[in-house]
Design a protein around this ligand. Sequence first.
Ligand code: ZN
Length: 359
Amino acid sequence: MAEATTLRKKHEDQGYILQKESALSKAIVAELRQRRGHTAFQWVKGHQGHDLNELADELAGKAAEKSRGNRVSTKVPDRLVVTGARLDAMTQALAYKAIRQRRDAATDPRPRTVKTVKYVLSDLKTDFGADLHERTLWTSLRKKDLITKEARQWMWMVLHDAYWIGNKWLEASMPADLQDRAFCTHCNSLEDMTHILFACEEPGREIVWDLLTEHWQNAGGPLIAPTWGSVLGAACVPIVDDEGARKTTLERRWTILATESAHLIWKLRCERVIGRENEPFSEIEVRNRWYATLDRRLDLERRYAALTEGRKRAKRLHAVEAIWAPLIQDDEDLPPNWVEKCGVLVGICRTPYDRLGQG
Ligand SMILES: [Zn+2]
């Protein structure tokens, strides 16, 4: 309510540029100005049995369960409209923000992006009870210590549905002889990203997900099925203990394994279609690629942590050890400082199947 009382003058002077719910605030202020009587506000402590506060809580609870929000009119009568910012309240930073806001408002989100983002957010909600804003998903892609640059770029392209696959080949402007490319040569289904990551019957896809699941669960992770939410939203997946506290080491481990695995499925698919004339990879080839990917990643994390200087160093070494130790071979035989000791050779623990295969 501060928006309508103590902060009102500041926001009006600044033309509401820094305020997120400006339409709503402006409507409330206009509503108050229209009243003939004097309006007084009194603060009450929440959840303390105050009748009207309880009622407001109840109404808010009901509204939150609705499948779509109510339309609230934020129209302000012309005579009460306050436009622009006061010149003496304007700074260069404020002006820059105002320009950015106008530009952002003018660009509509792409329908294809809206659709994929919806897949991810609704999976995260159904599977993990995480009710997240789109912004959280986009910021999660910036976790540089968890998602490699290549995987980040790939996820960004996937979320924008920007790859030339599936029904893009069926657009009217496409020459008829290229329309076959819309379909998976292995299964004859439409080859969109859902097909490539979660449905294609080409064996490599399933082998990668099985390897991920096996290693993830062996290292103490709860069962997580690969979906749009758990993979493209990998850095948003909440993992909690019985008391509801976040298990950040597990969350980080999931983000690394899920994004590396998904990106590998995409790379294998592209190599198969473009470089191998659709000749599938053998099981051994796929398994070796998965181990090579994760071994390389572990190597990179160790070297990066060892090169870190100053206050962050100990924290970083500890994080790498916590995330990776349960995933590596013979971790109980390792010297205590294995993360930073470059002479110590470590690799992802091979499953009994892979040990036999190589022995
Ligand atoms: Zn397929």
